[in-house]
Structures are given as C-alpha cells and as structure tokens.
Write a protein that binds this ligand. Structure first.
Ligand code: GTP
Ligand code: MG
Length: 199
C-alpha cells in the first residue's frame, strides 16, 4: 500500500508546547481558510473523512497531525485570512503556525492550496516568501468551479509566477490532480527533508 493511504489521526496541537519534536518526516498543508485543505488531505490519502471539512471557514483551528505507517506525518495547518476571525485569535494562529514551521526539522515539503478562482492573495505571497527553500506543491483547488479555458489561464499565470515549484489544477470533487499530487508526495516522503537540522 502506498504510504499516504495509511494515514490515521494522531493528535491536534493547540499550542506550541503540543508540537512534536522528534524530527519525523512531514508534509504540511497550508492555505487560506476554506480553500479545501482538509478535503485535499482526504482526497490524497484516498479517504472520505480522515480530516474534518466544513462549509464554515476557520474549521481547522488546531494543527492536526496524521501519522503514516512509515512514521512520517501529514500536517493540516489552520487556514489564514478569514476576515471574521477576531484579531487575537488570528495572532494566536500565526504564532502557532510560525512555531510549527520553524521547529519542523523533518519538513519534506509544503502543499500550498489556493482557490483556483482567487490564487496568490497577499497572504499566500507572504507564506511563499517566508518558506524560502522549502519545496512547494501548489494545488489550485476547486478547479471544478472553473471552465476549461479559465483553468488553463490560471494554471499558466500561477506557474509563470512560481517557476521553481510544481503547480497543478486540483479538485477533490472530480479528483482532477489527485494522482499527480500523490506521485509527488510519495516522492517527498521517500526523499525526506532537503534541509537537515534546525532552520
Ligand atoms: P479550514 O479548515 O476552515 O481552513 O478549511 P479547509 O481549507 O480545510 O477547507 P475544507 O476542506 O473544509 O473545505 C471547505 C469547503 O469547500 C467545504 O464545503 C468543501 O466541501 C468545499 N470544497 C473543498 N474542496 C473542494 C473542491 O475541490 N471543489 C468544490 N466544488 N468544493 C470543494
Ligand atoms: Mg480544514
């Protein structure tokens, strides 16, 4: 069985002290609130309800860890950019996500999920700049909501902007992009982190 298909919920971290520190290989899923991060984890793992999804933005408020049989982990990060979240809570999320990204020694790559209808918001750009050398897989989610022409135009413009990274159209409804995403994630899991030691 492929590693991704063995994912099982491990634990949720609500504060910095809850973050694991064993340096296991991890792939983190990041993106704005409601773009489909949890749905993408389910689609890529080939499971219906591994990660909780919701119509209400801001559903995932903790960092949720899913363990694979290999000892590696998938990490569902809380979404950013939801305007109706109180400022204090937004700051807590930012602090938690920053602490995670700084301490994740085994980070093999980040799956950045952006709604194909609204890619590259200022907060996405900030995260991309902040991640520096970490390999990115960019999923342009909810592609099923765009026409073929619009899909192609979006893919070209985002790929143009992020030349160093893999960009693909994605839909957890039609499963567009699922196989391609899986292939790359399985490669990341095998290769492990590119940057060894604390960043
Ligand atoms: P937060 O945890 O709140 O940040 O959200 P999230 O990014 O984890 O999004 P989630 O997976 O919970 O999905 C949000 C909503 O978008 C749900 O109503 C999903 O059913 C819907 N959704 C997710 N992916 C897709 C997709 O590919 N196509 C369509 N049409 N809807 C999707
Ligand atoms: Mg979620």
């Amino acid at each position: 069985m492929e590693a991704l298909a063995t994912a099982a919920f491990l634990r949720a971290a609500a504060r910095e002290g809850d973050l694991p520190s064993d340096g296991a290989v991890e792939i983190a899923f990041a993106g704005r609130s409601n773009v489909g991060k949890s749905s993408a984890i389910n689609a890529l793992a080939g499971r219906k309800a591994l990660a909780r999804t919701s119509k209400t933005p801001g559903r995932t408020q903790t960092i949720n860890f899913y363990g694979l049989a290999t000892g590696a982990r998938l990490v569902d990060l809380p979404g950013y950019g939801y305007a109706r979240v109180p400022q204090a809570m937004r700051e807590r999320w930012r602090a938690l996500v920053t602490a995670y990204l700084q301490s994740a020694r085994g980070l093999a790559g980040v799956v950045l999920i952006m709604d194909a209808r609204h890619p590259l918001t200022p907060l996405d750009e900030q995260l991309i700049a902040w991640l520096g050398d970490v390999p990115l897989l960019v999923l342009l989610s909810k592609a099923d909501k765009l026409s073929r022409n619009a899909q192609g135009a979006t893919l070209r413009s985002v790929q143009q902007r992020l030349r160093r990274h893999r960009v693909t159209l994605f839909s957890s409804v039609t499963r567009q992009g699922v196989e391609e995403g899986r292939d790359l994630l399985e490669q990341w899991l095998e290769a492990g982190p590119e940057i060894k030691g604390p960043r």
